[in-house]
Design a protein around this ligand. Sequence first.
Ligand SMILES: Cc1cc2nc3c(=O)[nH]c(=O)nc-3n(C[C@H](O)[C@H](O)[C@H](O)COP(=O)(O)OP(=O)(O)OC[C@H]3O[C@@H](n4cnc5c(N)ncnc54)[C@H](O)[C@@H]3O)c2cc1C
Ligand code: SF4
Length: 262
Amino acid sequence: MAALAGGGRALAGGTELVPLLKEGLVTAELLVDVTGVLPRGISDGTIGAGATLAELEVDPQVPAALREACRLAASPQLRNMGTIGGNLLQATRCWYWRLDYPCYLHGGDRCHAKEGQHREHAFLGNELCASAHPSDPAAALLALGATIRTDRRELPIAELYRLPTADDRSTTTLEPGELILELAVPDVDSSVYLKAMDRKRWSFALVGVAAARVGGETRIALSGAAPIPWLLESLDAATPLPGTAYKVEIARTLVDRAIAAL
Ligand SMILES: Cc1cc2nc3c(=O)[nH]c(=O)nc-3n(C[C@H](O)[C@H](O)[C@H](O)COP(=O)(O)OP(=O)(O)OC[C@H]3O[C@@H](n4cnc5c(N)ncnc54)[C@H](O)[C@@H]3O)c2cc1C
Ligand code: SF4
């Protein structure tokens, strides 16, 4: 914790951080290997942030939506290395951002995606930045109503994320050096995760739909839809770009299927 507080950067599975370091999109003087200190067990609705996606996808204690979201993410090699904590904090896959265009999210004043190719981008919450959040598990955890415990506080997963604003371009609310330790996932009656992809395997979500039913209430959350995992109230609020209108139709279909599956 001292090393992190001193400006070190947490390194878990490294599947996200190492490529970003190589590309120069992240710089760090000090990497702190947290794999040995992060909890990684799964029991009684608590999941250690160091659990890998591969561990989560096969554990019957894990709710169906989260298991399926992990199973459909990335590739077996990546799921064996990648942790759930790191997955929640992955950066956008927007290629303008990854190619270091001086776009809004990088602190500039325009969104290159809106002006250029954007078929994989957002159709909700896209007023300033049109990136689409890539985490499947985050949508599942949002629908399940999970909370996160860090070394400093507990917060609902919805509060881990924020839309970028003019004075703060970050998409999470974690403080520098703050470490996610555990996730608490409440019991639900049933849950499901459905994912539309360009390929059947090893593809980010064009749209991912997580749904969970608790008592009489159904919660639905989306991945691939907005710059952050999105708790869905109504698809009528969608603001698609010309190239992402097709995603709204996919989302409508997957939401119907998810509700039928519940
Ligand atoms: C080719 C490819 C395809 C992928 N496809 C998908 C996909 O379809 N769906 C999907 O959901 N994901 C996908 N991913 C993302 C993948 O699941 C994540 O890269 C992985 O889960 C990250 O975990 P990690 O432990 O390797 O994180 P790291 O790379 O170690 O860390 C990622 C970030 O999180 C921070 N961090 C890590 N752990 C903690 C913690 N406990 N507390 C605070 N900060 C922390 C690090 O400092 C870093 O900023 C893909 C990745 C790749 C490279
Ligand atoms: S979608 Fe967001 S990350 Fe991509 S170019 Fe626009 S501002 Fe940058």
